[in-house]
Design a protein around this ligand. Sequence first.
Ligand code: BTN
Length: 326
Amino acid sequence: MDLLALLNCLADGEYHSGVELGHKLNVSRTSVWKSLSKLEEHGVCLEKTKGKGYRIVGGLDLLDREGVLSRLESCSGLLHDLHLLQSIESTNSYLMADDSCVNPDHYVVCMAERQTAGRGRRGRAWHSPYARNIYLSLSFHLNGGSESLDGLSLALGVAVANCLSEQGVMGVGLKWPNDILVGGKKLAGILVELKGEAEQGWKVVVGLGLNVLMSRSEGLEIDQPWVSISSLLNNSLLSRGEWAALLIESIINTIELYRDCGFKGLLSDWERYDALSQKHVMVVGGDLRGVCEGVDERGRLMMRVDGDIKLINAGEVSVRSDESSN
Ligand code: BTN
């Protein structure tokens, strides 16, 4: 039985009896029951009430591939394909393994309703419950040597921060290199992965996780302070599909800008969001402590240590607030 058809019936948040669902989908009640259990295995939270049937409390805001495609305005000509999957280990891993696009100017996008092994930076897991957030990856080609990657991950943070701010999310901050925070809590994260293409530049896969609808109880296993869009924007909530389209546009347009001018062209935007400016930090895993003085044109963190400026590369270390110095 088509699980997606069943989900679409239940997406309205209303009660549906097993008999009604069987009629609608032209299957037996037993088949409906089996499929409902499968949905639960996928992490869909079903409520069963005697005499009323089944419902998904609060309904579901499902992604729709055609809907996302129809909203892409400026960058649709650059898109090779958009994959929408119900469940996958990781959208980044999916695109790392996908070599379907041979046009070096084109992008492939992969979104999933759920990730079973979503990955964050520094080997952490990325919690990815069904149909609550955005799990989005893009793959593309970048010419040049390793210098062509300078500042790329910061540029991507700017793309997401700009998109969020334009939609009314207040107080967006970027914690170097590209954590997206509001009020010191993590709203979104970006994972950049690379495959060197001998003499021919890089295959780049950029993965974005953005918390959209995740509630306190759904995010209990996350071990750092976090926030969702739904708790920041009470009115004017965009659907997840609308968010996905806006983010894809902003990311692709920013990468196109980055191809032309590098991170230099995005530095002033970065400075507007810089959440670490003048903050005392320590380099994780090292004994370096200092004060952040912004980033340079290559996206390196400028840290004042005993009167000298030290330049820190994003790929090498991460930083955390040094509360002992504040
Ligand atoms: C971070 O640790 O801040 C980066 C999080 C990146 C999560 C996204 S979700 C889509 C893509 N697929 C993954 O497995 N990870 C990224």
